[in-house]
Design a protein around this ligand. Structure first.
Ligand SMILES: Nc1ncnc2c1ncn2[C@@H]1O[C@H](COP(=O)(O)OP(=O)(O)O)[C@@H](O)[C@H]1O
Ligand SMILES: [Mg+2]
Length: 361
């Protein structure tokens, strides 16, 4: 157990909006922050004490960074495992390289989940189109082909409805490390943010209901509008996952919920704070960002109960141009990530509304 006390420096790999909000939470708790991010003009640079702008493969720069900080974490799961291995020789990194390795690869992730008795969609790893066609005979149509690595916001996936779709789908992925996944006819997607401290203490946030638009999260509604018994089950599964991983920090678990399917299936896990937990900044005594910093620094975890129903709307691309409407709305908590260019599909900010008079059941 390492205790990182206020006044020390938290190192964060990645300078996107998640890195930015992590840094803001670290500062609130009295820490300095140091961002490591190869990109120019990243959202976190406005709020951090220090920034190292080098590649994730630059060993010399990584060692310099490791020596300048007291603990390291990351805001996205696509950093090379080797980067974390190098840093780990000089400084503690949470979550661990082992966790990163599992969550970077959809095959490792699903194997791990099934091994600890957590259900997923049926799946099969394939490396050629013919193998995919064979696997689909078992799994059935419709199905989803997904690249094992580097997918996000629905990228690196293709739906196949009949065998005729397979060739086009296969070519669109441009990869030979693929999994075929049975299509889940879900009624709703939900996620649970679970936190585990260095001492093994676990606290979960209420399940959020997530509504996507063009494969990008549009709206999170908390608590998810499902039977409270199912909400409790989802929290128990998330609890089980972080416990089995000996995880330290905040982890997101995405689920499919289907009334025609009695099995609760986990879609994926993300070893980091997550877009579907942004409402926790205003809706709970402790936000997901503060919880993550508390966990990695060896502080007690904070309270996660809701002040009331909450809704978080992502502001994607041009939607940020409506900011004056949100600024005039007495219920809206508006966040701008400081990105200058509102490109289509780009997450520019978000707005959270709390309804304290509607208390969750
Ligand atoms: N097996 C599946 N059945 C039905 N819908 C799926 C399936 N896999 C993915 N999807 C849909 O695609 C979205 C993105 O897939 P996901 O695996 O979460 O990838 P990522 O979020 O990394 O892009 C999911 O949130 C869900 O809406
Ligand atoms: Mg996802």
């Amino acid at each position: 157990m390492i205790k990182v006390t206020p006044g020390a420096t938290v190192g964060i790999l990645g300078g996107g909006q998640l890195g930015r909000m992590l840094a803001m939470a670290a500062v609130q708790l009295g820490y300095h922050t140091h961002i490591y991010c190869p990109d120019e003009k990243n959202p976190a640079e406005q709020v951090t004490d220090k920034i190292s702008r080098f590649d994730y493969e630059d060993e010399k720069a990584l060692i310099g960074f490791a020596k300048a900080v007291d603990v390291v974490t990351y805001e996205f799961e696509n950093i090379p495992v080797e980067t974390v291995n190098i840093l780990s020789r000089y400084v503690t990194v949470f979550p661990s390289a082992e966790v990163l390795q599992i969550s970077q690869d959809r095959l490792h992730e699903k194997k791990f989940l099934n091994n600890i008795n957590v259900n997923t969609a049926p799946y099969a790893p394939v490396s050629t189109m013919n193998e995919a066609i064979e696997a689909l005979k078992q799994i059935g149509y419709p199905a989803v082909l997904k690249t094992r690595r580097f997918g996000y916001d629905g990228k690196g996936q293709a739906i196949v409805r009949t065998e005729r779709d397979v060739q086009r789908a296969w070519q669109s992925l441009n990869s030979c490390e693929v999994i075929v996944e049975g299509f889940i006819d879900f009624d709703m997607e939900i996620s649970v943010l679970a936190a585990r401290g260095q001492d093994g203490e676990i606290k979960c946030f209420d399940p959020a209901e997530n509504i996507h638009k063009n494969h990008i999260l549009d709206l999170s509604i908390v608590p998810a509008r499902i039977d409270p018994v199912l909400r409790k089950q989802a929290v128990e599964i998330a609890h089980h996952i972080v416990s089995e991983l000996n995880y330290v920090g905040v982890l997101a678990v995405e689920f499919f919920v289907s009334s025609s399917d009695p099995i609760f299936r986990v879609n994926e896990i993300a070893p980091r704070v997550h877009n579907s937990g942004h409402w926790s900044i205003e809706a709970c005594p402790t936000s997901q960002f503060e919880q993550h910093i508390r966990a990695i620094c060896g502080l007690p975890l904070g309270e996660t109960s809701l002040y009331g129903r909450a809704e978080m709307k992502n502001l994607i691309g041009d939607e940020i141009l409506d900011m004056d409407i949100y600024l005039k709305d007495p219920d809206a908590n508006f966040h701008h990530y400081g990105k200058r260019e509102a490109r289509p599909g780009r997450k520019m900010g978000h707005v959270t509304r709390i309804f304290p008079h509607i208390l969750p059941k």
